[in-house]
Design a protein around this ligand. Structure first.
Ligand SMILES: NC(=O)c1ccc[n+]([C@@H]2O[C@H](COP(=O)([O-])OP(=O)(O)OC[C@H]3O[C@@H](n4cnc5c(N)ncnc54)[C@H](OP(=O)(O)O)[C@@H]3O)[C@@H](O)[C@H]2O)c1
Length: 268
């Protein structure tokens, strides 16, 4: 039996996509899961059913992570259901149309949506989680580390900046919580199946899949929510207690590629 057995986790945005992948992987290890959703209650219930199929349990909880009051209520619910928390994963991200605009066009409202959903929601979430976590606690932020370091996908400007702020917060919280034995890390997936990717126009999806399978991801495929769930579970293990304040790229090697050289030449 894994050391995470008997623990309690809250995962924002675990109704679907990567959040669900993390929930299911932790559930396989006996962790009870607070499954958070925003609008898609049916998907959250489906995640809960899958958690129960894995001999674990939990409950679903609704909240808009853009609203500080709702974040507080979400944690109050966790306190009343679980009484404690061992793992907090900040994974939720608003839908693309609410923020996906290039720098010269983006409205302040769209900018704020991206910023508040990441840095501010993480700031509030970690402070709430801190009251419920004890030594050995684990905090994870799900980021997109490529977007926080590059400038090429122009409409990603707000979310790239927001993820960069969240990654910075990860380091500050890692230091702030180190004495309590709580680790704080970010996981940065590459393009992942069964996620926001599948909401893109089919032609865009095929271009992205082709680019990665042809070489941009050295492992020759896109990731899956289960791949990211495995990495989250590793970081939540007792053995990962000496890793804190890091951004772990879980992307089949795509972040290792050199943008100045075509993949055909790099891969030989
Ligand atoms: N997909 C990728 O390839 C990829 C790559 C790198 C990083 N990431 C990161 O991984 C995380 C998950 O991405 P994903 O593609 O798996 O997500 P997704 O499938 O698009 O699902 C988004 C999740 O966030 C929730 N959500 C949306 N707006 C919200 C709001 N205002 N308040 C609270 N929750 C809200 C949704 O709840 P409902 O179901 O109720 O709508 C859903 O659970 C994100 O942080 C993303 O940046 C993804």
């Amino acid at each position: 039996m894994d050391a995470t057995n008997g623990k309690y986790a809250l995962i924002t945005g675990s109704s679907r996509g990567i959040g669900r992948g993390i929930a299911l992987k932790l559930a396989e290890q006996g962790v009870k899961i607070a499954i958070h959703y925003y609008q898609n209650e049916a998907a959250a219930k489906e995640t809960l059913a899958k958690v129960r199929d894995r001999d674990s349990d939990g409950f679903i909880v609704q909240a808009d992570v853009l609203d500080p009051g709702e974040i507080k209520l979400m944690f109050e619910r966790v306190r009343s259901e679980f009484g404690q928390l061992d793992i907090f994963v900040s994974n939720a991200r608003p839908e693309l149309p609410t923020f996906f605009q290039p720098p010269m066009n983006i409205t302040l409202e769209q900018w704020d949506t991206a910023q508040n959903s990441q840095g501010k929601a993480f700031l509030l979430g970690v402070r709430e989680a801190d009251r419920l976590l004890s030594s050995g606690g684990r905090i994870l932020a799900i980021t997109y580390g490529t977007g926080s370091r590059t400038g090429g996908v122009l409409p990603w400007v707000a979310m790239g900046s927001a993820k960069a702020a969240m990654e910075s917060l990860v380091r500050y919280f890692a230091v702030a919580l180190a004495k309590r034995g709580i680790t704080v890390n970010a996981v940065s997936p590459g393009w992942t199946e069964d996620s926001v990717l599948n909401t893109l126009p089919p032609q865009a999806q095929e271009l992205i899949r082709g680019w990665h399978t042809r070489g941009w991801t050295p492992m020759g495929r896109l990731g899956t929510p289960a791949d990211v769930g495995n990495v989250a579970a590793l970081l939540c293990s007792k053995e990962a207690g000496w890793i804190t304040g890091q951004v772990i790229f879980a992307d089949g090697g795509s972040s290792l590629m050199n943008v100045e050289v075509p993949p055909e030449i790099q891969l030989g």
